[in-house]
Design a protein around this ligand. Structure first.
Ligand SMILES: NC(=O)c1ccc[n+]([C@@H]2O[C@H](COP(=O)([O-])OP(=O)(O)OC[C@H]3O[C@@H](n4cnc5c(N)ncnc54)[C@H](OP(=O)(O)O)[C@@H]3O)[C@@H](O)[C@H]2O)c1
Length: 271
C-alpha cells in the first residue's frame, strides 16, 4: 500500500527550500512521484538540476499525466534581497503555491557556550529561523487570500530537547517550534494547514556540514545504529501533505528505533 494518497497531491504545486540535498531532495522526488509540480530552491544550482532530473524521472515512472513541472531557483535564504525578489524568479505558471516546505537548515560545530563564534551563531539563526520566517511571510498572505495552503516546517528533536554542544542549533529549532505553534493558532479560522516535522538522526550531509567537512567525524554520529535516511522523512512530509483537507497533522516526532532523545541512543552494532 502506498504511504500517501497520490490523488490528493496530483497537480499541486510544492515549493521546497534546501531541495539540493538530503531531506529536501528526497521530498521533491516523492512529491514528483505523486503527480505534483515542484519548485526546488537552494544555493547549489548544479545539485538542484540533478534533483529536478530525478523528479522528472520519478514523475514519468508514476504514469500520472498531471503535474510534472519542475523548476529550479537559486536561493540563499540568508539573503533578504534574494527572498524579496524570489517570487519573480518562479516561472509564471508555478507561482500559485499550494505547499511550502521550509526545509533549508543546518548546524555548525559542537562548541560550548563561551566558545561559539559570532559568525556561526548568526549563520544558524539567519538560515534556520529568519529564512524560514521570511519565506512563510512571503506566501501566507496569498494562502489567506486563496483560502488554501499548507506550510510544513522542518524542526528537530533538538527543538524539543536541548543538548550540550548544540546551544545555538537547539535554540534555532526551539524557535522554529514556537513560531510554528503561533502560526498554527493564527490560522485556526482558515483552511490553511501548519505542520512541524521533528526528525531525530537522519544520515544526510547534515553531520558533514556540522563537522565542517570532516566525514570521519560525521560517520561516528551514526556508528553502531541504523539512522533514518532522507527518504524516511520525505515519506512523513508527503504523508502529512496528502491527508484530507480537514485533517491537519500539527506535529510529527520521528526517531530511529534505537534513538530516544538527542542524547539517549542504543548502538547494538558497537561493542
Ligand atoms: N539530518 C538530521 O539528522 C536532521 C535532524 C533533524 C532535523 N534536520 C533538519 O532537516 C533539514 C534538512 O537537513 P538535511 O538533513 O537534509 O541536511 P543536508 O543534507 O545538509 O541538506 C540541507 C539543505 O539545506 C540547504 N541550505 C543550507 N543553507 C541554505 C541557505 N542559506 N539557503 C538555502 N538553502 C540552504 C542545502 O542546500 P545548499 O547547500 O545547496 O544551499 C541543502 O539542500 C534541516 O532544517 C535540518 O536542520 C536534520
Amino acid at each position: 500500500m502506498s504511504v500517501f494518497n497520490a490523488s490528493r497531491l496530483v497537480g499541486k504545486t510544492v515549493l521546497i527550500t534546501g531541495a539540493s540535498a538530503g531531506i529536501g531532495a528526497a521530498t521533491a522526488v516523492l512529491f514528483a512521484k505523486g503527480g505534483s509540480n515542484v519548485i526546488l530552491a537552494a544555493r547549489r544550482t548544479d545539485a538542484l538540476k540533478a534533483v529536478a532530473e530525478a523528479c522528472t524521472a520519478a514523475h514519468k515512472e508514476s504514469g500520472i499525466q498531471q503535474g510534472g513541472k519542475f523548476a529550479t531557483v537559486q536561493l540563499d535564504v540568508a539573503d533578504k534581497k534574494q527572498i524579496a525578489s524570489f517570487i519573480d524568479k518562479i516561472p509564471q505558471d508555478l507561482r500559485s503555491i499550494d505547499i511550502l516546505v521550509n526545509n533549508a537548515g543546518f548546524v555548525l560545530g559542537v562548541e560550548k557556550v563561551g566558545d561559539i563564534s559570532e559568525a556561526d551563531m548568526e549563520a544558524m539563526f539567519t538560515v534556520n529561523v529568519f529564512g524560514l520566517i521570511s519565506l512563510t511571510q512571503l506566501f501566507i498572505k496569498d494562502f489567506r487570500a486563496r483560502k488554501t495552503g499548507h506550510i510544513i516546517n522542518i524542526g528537530s528533536v533538538a527543538g524539543r530537547e536541548p543538548y550540550a554542544g548544540g546551544a545555538i542549533y537547539c535554540a534555532t529549532k526551539h524557535a522554529v517550534r514556537s513560531f510554528t505553534g503561533s502560526l498554527l493558532r493564527e490560522v485556526v479560522d482558515t483552511p490553511i494547514r501548519v505542520t512541524e516535522i521533528q526528525p531525530g538522526m537522519v544520515e544526510t550531509e547534515f553531520s558533514v556540514v556540522r563537522f565542517r567537512g570532516d566525514k570521519a567525524a560525521a560517520d561516528k554520529v551514526y556508528e553502531g545504529l541504523q539512522p533514518l535516511v532522507a527518504e524516511d522523512i520525505a515519506e512523513e512530509i508527503v504523508w502529512a501533505a496528502s491527508r484530507p483537507p480537514h485533517v491537519n497533522i500539527a506535529e510529527l516526532y520521528v526517531l530511529p528505533v534505537n534513538q530516544a532523545s538527542p542524547t539517549i541512543s542504543f548502538r547494538p552494532g558497537k561493542q
